[in-house]
Design a protein around this ligand. Structure first.
Ligand SMILES: Cc1cc2nc3c(=O)[nH]c(=O)nc-3n(C[C@H](O)[C@H](O)[C@H](O)COP(=O)(O)OP(=O)(O)OC[C@H]3O[C@@H](n4cnc5c(N)ncnc54)[C@H](O)[C@@H]3O)c2cc1C
Length: 274
């Protein structure tokens, strides 16, 4: 006999409020997609709840210590202390096979995340938290400005791929060598410029110079602008103060800063926005 309907209980399957904790993921593939960019493909059953279409959202990568075993790292992710964490971008998410690509700039072995990407081999592991919100998900502009250095290529590429196919605008990329240029499925009306700056640890005025020289269009403008903080600070000033770009139409974000490790850079950003 079917059970009589019971009282309405709270939906216990609904995820708890707040962010899910870091998940343990396994590296299934590591390949150099251009001379200075390493793509790690991550997978794991704990990714099952990652939502579709999260390309371009930021995420946190938790890094195991040198020689740390998988079980010990899994315990640390759960109980602390917090491992070294760095911020990255979901480049591709394939929910059908639960594979997620993250593109790491190879800027040497000094940074723990860049070093991890350099050394990672299939079977290695790390932690993954996120994804956060997609940076540019509504497209309503008459003209788009996209600007990115290598660290922001993943967010820029995801935004360009998601844009309406009749979008118009300009994308100004800055990469470490000519071979770091990537094929991006951008709308035909987005004019792409690829600048080369072989010394990313030295300031580069080239992107700002090119953007200032553009004929500023009539109509509504949206931006996806990210990269080294010094460049971004100059562009933020230009876009908001000189061009009057509305804050709500602009994604303009410093992704790293010459001479600072990520935690110092994040602290500086918090101080500046306080
Ligand atoms: C929202 C967001 C999304 C991001 N997405 C990506 C992404 O998808 N891919 C990506 O590669 N980066 C991305 N970044 C940037 C990344 O978080 C930083 O580059 C981070 O500092 C790398 O950590 P690390 O451990 O390698 O170096 P750290 O330990 O943080 O720094 C060590 C040294 O390396 C320098 N350094 C850091 N980054 C670079 C760089 N790109 N080029 C040259 N020198 C550098 C620092 O100034 C410092 O001197 C993103 C940042 C943010 C805020």
């Amino acid at each position: 006999m079917p059970a009589a309907p019971g009282p309405v209980l709270p939906d216990l399957k609904r995820p708890a409020r707040g962010k899910p904790g870091p998940r343990l993921v396994t590296v299934v593939a590591s390949r150099r997609i251009t001379p200075n960019m390493i793509r790690l493909t991550l997978t794991g059953p704990e990714l099952a709840d990652v939502r579709p279409k999260c390309e371009g959202a930021n995420c946190k990568i938790f890094l195991p210590g040198a020689g740390q075993g998988r079980d010990d790292f899994a315990r640390q992710l759960k109980d602390g202390p917090r491992p070294v964490v760095r911020t990255y971008t979901v480049r591709h998410w394939r929910p059908d096979v639960q594979e997620l690509d993250v593109d790491f700039v190879d800027h040497g072995l000094e940074g723990p995340a860049s070093a991890f990407a350099n050394r990672a081999r299939p079977g290695d592991f790390c932690g993954f938290a996120g994804p956060g919100p997609v940076k540019l998900s509504e497209f309503y502009a008459d003209w788009y400005l996209v600007a990115a250095d290598m660290s922001a290529l993943p967010v820029a590429a995801a935004a360009l791929e998601a844009m309406p196919r009749d979008a118009r605008g300009v994308a100004v990329f800055e990469v470490t060598c000519a071979e770091d240029r990537q094929q991006i499925d951008a709308p035909e009306g987005i004019e792409q410029h690829w600048l080369v700056h072989p010394h990313p640890h030295r300031p580069s005025p080239a992107q700002e110079g090119m953007i200032r020289a553009l004929d500023w269009p009539e109509g509504r403008v949206q931006t996806c602008v990210a990269g080294e903080s010094g460049v971004i600070k100059a562009l933020r000033g230009y876009l908001h103060q000189e061009r009057g770009l509305a804050r709500g139409d602009a994604y303009v974000s410093g992704y790293w800063k010459i001479g600072l490790v990520e935690d110092q850079h994040q602290q500086e950003k918090r101080r500046e926005s306080a």
